[in-house]
Write a protein that binds this ligand. Structure first.
Ligand SMILES: Cc1cc2nc3c(=O)[nH]c(=O)nc-3n(C[C@H](O)[C@H](O)[C@H](O)COP(=O)(O)OP(=O)(O)OC[C@H]3O[C@@H](n4cnc5c(N)ncnc54)[C@H](O)[C@@H]3O)c2cc1C
Length: 361
């Protein structure tokens, strides 16, 4: 019998498994895919906090660094120059997301976590003194179950921890500079706003090098059509997407049940304004690992104890920024007219905007 079973070997799951194993507990990390890190569902743009949270990541994770963001407001006009540009005070990393997951998976394993690939969680049942987890490979028993199984979390569904209704579908492709009719700067991210690009989010171009970039967008409905139009507008041709996935955002009412916690995208640890979930997922993972250790030491796996030690604690750090992100989202993406106005004044407010912390919006 395990102390903890973690479902999902993404950033959140691998990190929790590592932190719990390092405390000497018996933890299993199960992942439905055979290969860790794929399929990739990420644009790979993360703040300087990644290195602060995980100081010993290998260089292979880091592909590029950007320090400027160019903002475009399209509204059906042809655009050649950005409306305004902001400079980041701290470096922003462009990462190889599959490499990050692989590296965290190896760290979990090296710390003593048992890892099981091609193992899919299907349901669970609570018996008096344990939780019995069903997978495609049979049953496993444990003290606790952690659902780090992403935005379509089955663990959350089974525990009746429902996500908020806000969601977006993201699509992305990798392009060569040679494909693009306009060149891009290797040290600047492009962010494209406007109802013709996407009515409820933004399009992005993230340089990997002077010759390669990721281009994508997210929206609630019709992502592929918007993506095609955006590609035509920005690079003059269409290419097949190589990344797609769901982004949930908002504040979940509860992320803990009897013997169960959810974390990362499964707990909506996502910035509502940018859809970024890597940093919040890692922050959530640290709270979840601490709560697991406390529950195991106290022998208390009740919903009340886990809510107090996990749900309430992570919310003390992330509830405010998530709330702020939701409010800014409404202001920025709520109306075309308002966005037009914001774009007109944003250049003049550059010094204020440049002082914002991208993880706290
Ligand atoms: C298009 C797109 C672009 C994005 N860009 C960025 C970005 O630039 N920066 C950023 O910070 N965030 C970005 N995000 C969000 C980011 O990718 C997620 O927040 C992050 O991956 C969440 O990590 P996680 O560990 O919680 O979940 P995931 O990375 O989704 O990992 C969940 C794991 O659980 C496994 N799993 C699922 N169900 C089961 C099951 N039943 N049994 C066993 N295993 C299971 C999955 O296979 C997966 O490996 C983007 C998302 C999308 C869709």
């Amino acid at each position: 019998m395990y102390d903890v079973i973690v479902v999902g070997a993404g950033v959140a799951g691998c990190r929790i498994a590592e932190l719990i194993a390092r405390k000497g507990f018996n933890v299993a990390l199960i992942e439905e895919h055979a290969d860790i890190g794929t399929p990739v569902q990420c644009a790979g743009l993360v703040s300087h906090r990644l290195k602060a949270l995980l100081p010993d990541l290998p260089d292979s994770v880091f592909l590029n660094q950007v320090n400027r963001a160019k903002f475009f407001y399209s509204s059906n006009r042809p655009i050649s120059k950005p409306n305004f540009e902001l400079r980041s005070k701290k470096p922003v990393h462009v990462i190889d997301r599959a490499e990050l997951d692989k590296s965290l998976f190896e760290k979990a394993r090296a710390s003593g976590a048992k890892t099981k690939r091609s193992t899919k969680f299907t349901s669970y049942r609570i018996k008096e003194d344990k939780i019995v987890i069903s997978t495609n490979k049979g049953k496993i028993e444990s003290g606790l179950l952690v659902g780090a199984d992403g935005p379509n979390s089955l663990v959350a569904k089974k525990a009746m921890l429902e996500p908020p209704e806000n969601y977006l579908a993201g699509v992305q492709a990798t392009i060569d500079a040679a494909t693009a009719s306009n060149e891009f700067d290797a040290d600047a991210v492009e962010l494209w706003f406007g109802s013709d690009i996407t009515p409820d989010f933004f399009g992005w171009l993230i340089p990997l090098s002077p010759t390669k970039a990721r281009i994508g967008l997210a929206t609630r409905q019709g992502a592929l059509n918007y993506f095609k139009n955006f590609l035509k507008k920005r690079i003059g041709t269409t290419v097949k997407p190589d990344v797609g996935g769901r982004i949930n955002f908002g504040l979940m009412e509860n992320t803990a049940a009897e013997r169960v916690m959810v974390v990362g995208d499964a707990a909506c640890h996502v910035k509502p304004l940018s859809g970024g979930g890597v940093i919040y997922g890692l922050i959530g993972a640290a709270y979840c690992a601490n709560a697991c250790v406390k529950a195991l030491r106290a022998g208390d796996f009740s919903a009340g104890f886990l809510k107090q030690e996990y749900d309430e604690k992570w919310k003390r750090q992330l509830q405010k920024p998530i709330g702020r992100g939701l409010r800014y989202r409404k202001i920025l993406l709520g109306s075309g007219n308002r966005m037009n106005l914001l774009f007109n004044i944003a250049g003049k407010l550059r010094f204020i905007l440049e002082s914002f912390d991208m993880d706290l919006l």
